[in-house]
Design a protein around this ligand. Sequence first.
Ligand code: HEM
Length: 338
Amino acid sequence: MVAFQRSWGLAAALAIALVIVVSGDALAQSGQPTSVNPTASSVKEGQLLDALKPPGSGPSAVTGRVSIPDTKSSVLIQPAGRDWRQIRQETLPFYGAIAILGMLAALVIFYLIRGRIAIDGGPSGRTILRFASADRFAHWLTASTFILLALSGLNLTFGRKLLLPLIGPEAFTALSQAGKFVHNYGSFAFALGVVLMILLWLKDNIPSGADLAWFSKGGGLIGSDHPPAGRFNGGQKVIFWVVVIGGVALSITGYSLMFPFVFTDIAGLQEANMLHGLIAVGMVAVILAHIYIGSVGMEGAFDAMGKGEVDLNWAKQHHALWVEKTEMKGKGAATPAE
Ligand code: HEM
C-alpha cells in the first residue's frame, strides 16, 4: 500500500514538471517577448545579450543602476569588449608575429643576397661632419627609449605565451611589473626625442623630386647604382615620417590609456588600445630594417650616429647632393681621419 502511494506521488510530480516545461516552451515559441531584469540573480548572460539591440539602433551595453558616484560601474555587459579582447589576444599577436618575423627573415635573405653594402673604392681616410652632438642626442634618446618601450610592450603581447613558460610566474610577474614602470615613464623621454627630431630634421625631410629618382633606382640597395641624395635619401625620409607620425600616434593613444576615462570613454579606450598595439608592432618591424642598415648592413653608416663624422667616400656615395651643398657652404669641410 505504501509503495502504491509512493508511485502515485512520483507520477503526480512528473506530470506537474512536464506541464511546466511544455508551457514554458510554448510561451517561448509563441515569440512572446520575455522581459529581462539585469539585476535579477537568475539572469543568464545569453538573455542579456539578446536584449541588446543591433549596433547603431540602441544601447551598446547592458547597464544596471548604482548609487555610488562612479556611474561607469553600472555597466554589466559591454559586447564591444569581446571584439577588443579578440584583437588584443589573437589578431594583434598573429599580425605582430608575421610583421616582426617576416621582417627578420627578409633582412637575413637580403643580407645573404646583397651582403654588406661596401664603400666603393674603400674609405678615403678623410671625414665630414654628418651629425652634431644635438642630432646624436636626439637620435639616441629616441632610439634607446624606443627599444625599451618596444621590449616592455612586446612582453604585454607575447610574454604570457613565450616568457612565462620559460622563466616561471614569479620572475615573469617581477619582470612585467618592472616593464610596465619602464613603459609608462620611458614614454615621456621617447616623446621628447620625437619632438627634438622634428625640430632638428623636419626641414631636411620634406619629400622632393630627388626622392622619386632615388626610389626608381632602388635606392642603391638593389643594383650598384647610387642615386644622388640630399642630407636624407627617400628611404630615410620614410623612416623619419614613420617615426614622427607613428610616434605621435603612439603618444596620443598611449596617454589616453595611461589616464583612462580622462580623454575618452570605454569605446575610445578600446580603440586606442587596439591602435596602439598595431602601430607599435608595425613600427618595430620598420625600425628593425633601419637598425640593420644603420649597423651591419652598410659599411661606414654607424659612424654617422656613433662619432658624428663619416668617411667622405661614404658621404659622396650615399648623399652626393648633401656633400656638394655642405662643401659649397664651407661647412663640415673634410678633415683627415685619425
Ligand atoms: C641600435 C639601434 C639603432 C642604430 C644602430 C641606428 C643607426 C642610425 C644611423 C647610423 C643613422 C644615420 C644614417 C645616416 O647617416 O644617413 C640613423 C638615423 C636615424 N635613426 Fe637610427 N638607429 C637605431 C635605432 C633607431 C630607433 C629605435 C629609431 C626610432 C624609433 C631611430 C630613428 C632614426 C631616424 C628617424 C634617423 C634619421 C633618418 C634615417 O637616417 O633613417 N633609430 N640611425
